[in-house]
Design a protein around this ligand. Structure first.
Ligand code: NAI
Length: 345
C-alpha cells in the first residue's frame, strides 16, 4: 500500500475510534435541494461534521441549522479565502446538488452551465479530498458523473468505486407510483422498485411487479421516466424537484455513510462506472449486448465504495426492450460528459 494511502486509512481508523462520523460535505448547499438536504443530514445523529459550501448564503444556512440540537457541527463557507478548499479538507462524503435546475426551454444551456460547475467542484475534490465518496445530484447525471470521472483521471486520482450518480429520486418516484397502483399508497418504503439504465427520461427503466396490467404498465413507465416534468410544470418555471430530491439524496447518502462505517449488505441503485466491478460489468454487458462505461443498476456498497454491481437479473420482455432503447441515448450522454472535459484540458 502506498504511503499516502496507508496514512489515509490510519487517519480514518483514528477518527472512527474517536467517535467521528465520515465528514460530510454539501456543495450547492444554499439551493432548492441543498437546503432541505442539509437539514435532513443535520438530523442524522450519525453525522458529527457537516460542511456546507455554495457561492451564496451558506453562513446563514449553517447558522440556522446549528440551532438544531443534533450532534453534527455545521460550518458554512463561501468561495473567497479558499472556502472550497477549507470545506473539502477532511471530507469523506461529498454530495453535489450545485447547478441550475431544469426550466422550460433550457436544455443545452443547462448542460454547459452545470458541466462547468461540476468540473470546477470535481477539480477541488480531486485536489483536496481525492479519497472522498462523490455523490453527484447535478443534472444531467448521465453526463456529470463522467465529467467527475474524467477530472479525477486528469489528476491521477480516479477510483471508479467512489463516484456515484444519485438516481434515488427515480426509485423514490417509481416506488410511490407503484404503491398507489397496487392499492398500498403510503407504503412505498416496502415497495422498492430499482432503477436501471441511467437517470431520467428514456434512459431509466424499472423492473415492475408482474401484477400490473399491460394498459396500466405503459402509462406507469412514462410517468416514472418523466416524473420530473410533472414537478417542473407544476412549479411553472420556478425550478424542478427539490424536496423529493433532498429526501432521495439523504436516503442515498445515509446508505453510503452506513457502508463506510462497516455495515454489510447495503444495496442501492446508482449510476456508476462499470470498471468499479469488472465481474459485474461482464455479466451486465452480456445482458445488455452493448458496452457502456457507466450504468445504473443495484450496487452493493462497502467501506471502500462499490463492492458489486448487480446484473439486471430476471426482467420481462417489455423491460428488456426499455433497457435496450436506453442504450443509444446513454452512450451519447456519457460521451457528451467525457468530451466536455477532454476539450477543456
Ligand atoms: P437551485 O438553483 O435551487 O440551487 C443550486 C445551488 O447551486 C444554488 O444555491 C447556487 O448558488 C449553487 N451553485 C451554483 N454554482 C455553484 C458553484 N460553483 N459552487 C457551489 N454552489 C454553486 O437548484 P436545485 O433545484 O437545487 O437543483 C440543483 C441541481 O440538481 C440541478 O442541476 C438540478 O437539475 C439537479 N437535480 C437533480 C435531480 C436528480 O434526480 N439527480 C433531481 C432534481 C434536480
Amino acid at each position: 500500500m502506498a504511503r499516502l494511502e496507508r496514512g489515509w486509512v490510519l487517519w480514518r481508523i483514528r477518527r472512527w475510534a474517536a467517535g467521528c462520523s465520515p465528514g460530510t460535505v454539501v456543495l450547492g448547499a444554499a439551493g432548492g435541494i441543498g437546503q432541505p438536504l442539509s437539514l435532513l443530514l443535520k438530523t442524522n445523529p450519525a453525522i458529527t461534521e457537516l460542511a456546507l459550501f455554495d457561492i451564496v448564503n451558506t453562513p446563514g444556512v449553517a447558522a440556522d441549522l446549528s440551532h438544531i440540537a443534533t450532534p453534527a457541527k455545521v460550518v458554512g463557507r463561501l468561495p473567497p479565502n479558499d472556502g472550497l478548499k477549507e470545506t473539502l479538507t477532511g471530507a469523506e462524503v461529498v454530495v453535489i446538488p450545485a447547478g441550475v435546475p431544469r426550466k422550460p426551454g433550457l436544455r443545452d444551456d443547462l448542460f454547459k452551465i452545470n458541466a462547468g460547475i461540476v468540473k470546477d467542484l470535481a477539480t477541488g475534490i480531486a485536489t483536496v479530498a481525492p479519497k472522498a465518496f462523490v455523490l453527484v445530484i447535478s443534472n444531467p447525471v448521465n453526463s456529470t458523473v463522467p465529467i467527475v470521472a474524467e477530472v479525477f483521471k486528469k489528476h491521477g486520482v480516479y477510483d471508479p468505486k467512489r463516484i456515484f450518480g444519485v438516481t434515488t429520486l427515480d426509485v423514490v418516484r417509481a416506488s410511490t407510483f407503484v404503491a398507489e397502483i397496487i392499492g398500498k399508497p403510503g407504503s412505498a418504503p416496502d415497495v422498492v422498485v430499482p432503477v436501471i439504465g441511467g437517470h431520467s427520461g428514456v434512459t431509466s427503466s424499472h423492473p415492475l411487479p408482474d401484477s400490473i396490467a399491460k394498459d396500466t404498465f405503459d402509462a406507469l413507465v412514462k410517468r416514472i421516466q418523466f416524473g420530473g416534468d410533472e414537478v417542473v410544470k407544476a412549479k411553472d418555471g420556478a425550478g424542478s424537484a427539490t424536496l423529493s430530491m433532498a429526501y432521495a439524496g439523504f436516503e442515498f447518502a445515509n446508505k453510503v455513510i452506513r457502508a463506510i462505517k462497516g455495515e454489510k449488505g447495503i444495496v442501492a441503485p446508482s449510476f456508476v462506472a462499470l470498471k468499479a466491478d469488472p465481474a459485474g460489468a461482464e455479466a451486465l454487458t452480456k445482458e445488455l449486448g452493448a458496452e457502456l462505461e457507466f450504468f445504473s443498476s443495484n450496487v452493493e456498497l462497502g467501506p471502500e465504495g462499490v463492492v458489486k454491481i448487480h446484473p439486471l437479473g430476471k426482467i420481462t420482455q417489455g423491460e428488456t426492450e426499455l433497457v435496450k432503447a436506453a442504450v443509444p441515448e446513454l452512450l451519447t450522454n456519457i460521451k457528451t460528459g467525457t468530451t466536455y472535459v477532454l476539450e477543456k484540458y
